[in-house]
Write a protein that binds this ligand. Structure first.
Ligand code: NAP
Length: 314
C-alpha cells in the first residue's frame, strides 16, 4: 500500500490547507496529509514529504524519508535546516516561475533603461527636462547566475535588443550571450554591465560577493537589480556606492531580513526601489503539477527529480 505524503510547513492553517487542496487535486491517487494530522504509523511509513520551509523538528519525526520536495525555488534555508539529513532534497523547478522572473527582469531593466526613477523625481520637482536616450543595443545587461531563471531572462532581454553577458559557475553555451565563469569572469561581466542583474542562489561562495570592491568595477552610473538573495549584496557597500554616484540606482526585491524592517534606511533612499520579494512568486497551480509529475515518476520508476547538491549549496 502507498504511504501517505505529509505536507510539512510553518504556514498558517489556511495557507497549508490551500496547498494541500491544490496538491491533492493534481495527484488524486495520492493522499496528502497535513503533518499535524499524521498518525505515528503514517509518519513512520512516509518515504516522500512535501515541504514549505518546515520546522526541522517536525521533519525529524519522519524517519524513513527517501526525498523531500520543496514548493519553493530557493534552498538556502532548507539546506541549513535539513542539509545533514540522509534524504535527498528536490526544489521547485517550474518553467512558469522562470517565465515570471524573466518578465520581472525585463520590467525592471526597462525601468532603469528608460530612466523611470529620474523622471519620477523630475515630476515631483515639476521639472520638464529631457534626459538623453540610449538604444537597448547600446546597453549591456550583465546577469549573474545563468540557471533556470537567469538563462530565460537572458533570452527575453536579447529579444528586446539588449546586449547580454552573464556569469555561471561552469562555462556554458548560450546563444548570443557572452558567458564567463571564475573570479576573472565575474570581473569582466561586472565591468561591462550597465545594468547588473543578480539571480544567484545564496551559498557560502556567493554570500557578500557583491561588495564595494566588486560593485565599484561597474561602468559609472550603472544600475543594480537584485532578485536572487539579499546577503549576496553587502548593503553598506551598496549604500556607499550609491552616495558616491558610481551606481545610479538599485532595485532590490530580496533582503537579509524579510520583511524589510520598518527602521531600515533602504525604504526612503531616493536611489533604491524596494520590492517585497515579488519578482517571481510561486504559482500554486503550476507548482502542484510539477510536484505531482515528480511524485508520479518516482512511484512508477523509482527515479528522483533533479536534487540539490548539498556540497555546492544549490
Ligand atoms: P539555478 O538554476 O540553480 O541557477 C543558479 C545559477 O547560479 C547557475 O547558473 C549557477 O552556475 C550559478 N552559480 C551558483 N553559484 C555560483 C558561483 N559560486 N559562481 C558562479 N555562478 C554560480 O537557480 P534558479 O532557479 O535560476 O534560481 C536562482 C535563485 O533565484 C534562487 O536560488 C533563489 O535564490 C532566487 N529566486 C528568487 C525569487 C524571487 O522572487 N525574488 C524567486 C525564485 C528564485 P551553474 O549554471 O554553473 O550551476
Amino acid at each position: 500500500m502507498r504511504s501517505v505524503i505529509p505536507y510539512v510547513s510553518q504556514q498558517s492553517e489556511q495557507e497549508a490547507s490551500d496547498w494541500i487542496d491544490r496538491l491533492s487535486r493534481s495527484m488524486p491517487d495520492e493522499q496528502i496529509v497535513d503533518f499535524k494530522e499524521l498518525s505515528i504509523e503514517q509518519a513512520r511509513q512516509a518515504d516522500i514529504a512535501i515541504i514549505a520551509n518546515p520546522d526541522p523538528a517536525d521533519v525529524a519525526k519522519l524517519p524513513n524519508l527517501k526525498w523531500v520536495q520543496s514548493v519553493w525555488a530557493g534552498v538556502e534555508r532548507v539546506l541549513t535546516d535539513l542539509g545533514n539529513r540522509p534524504f535527498e532534497i528536490a526544489r521547485l523547478v517550474d518553467p512558469e516561475l522562470a517565465r515570471t522572473m524573466a518578465e520581472a527582469v525585463l520590467a525592471w531593466t526597462l525601468y532603469l533603461h528608460r530612466d523611470m526613477p529620474a523622471y519620477a523625481d523630475q515630476q515631483r520637482r515639476k521639472a520638464w527636462n529631457e534626459l538623453p536616450y540610449r538604444k537597448p543595443g547600446d546597453r549591456t545587461i550583465g546577469i549573474l547566475g545563468l540557471g533556470k531563471l537567469g538563462s530565460l531572462s537572458a533570452d527575453v532581454l536579447l529579444s528586446q535588443g539588449f546586449k547580454v553577458c552573464g556569469w555561471s559557475r561552469r562555462p556554458k553555451d548560450l546563444k548570443n550571450v557572452e558567458v564567463y565563469s571564475g573570479q576573472d569572469g565575474l570581473i569582466k561581466v561586472v565591468e561591462k554591465a550597465d545594468i547588473l542583474v543578480c539571480l544567484l542562489p545564496l551559498t557560502p561562495d556567493t554570500m557578500g560577493l557583491l561588495n564595494a570592491e566588486m560593485l565599484s568595477k561597474t561602468p559609472s552610473g550603472a544600475g543594480l537589480i537584485n532578485f536572487g538573495r539579499g546577503p549576496v549584496v553587502v548593503t553598506e557597500d551598496l549604500l556607499r556606492l550609491l552616495e558616491a554616484g558610481s551606481l545610479k540606482h538599485a532595485v532590490l526585491d530580496v533582503f537579509e531580513h524579510e520583511p524589510l524592517p520598518k527602521e531600515s534606511s533602504l525604504w526612503n533612499h531616493p536611489a533604491i526601489t524596494v520590492l517585497p520579494h515579488i519578482s517571481a512568486p510561486t504559482d500554486q497551480e503550476s507548482a502542484a503539477k510539477i510536484v505531482a509529475d515528480n511524485i508520479h515518476r518516482y512511484r512508477a520508476t523509482g527515479e528522483l527529480p533533479e536534487t540539490v547538491d548539498k556540497v555546492r549549496g544549490y
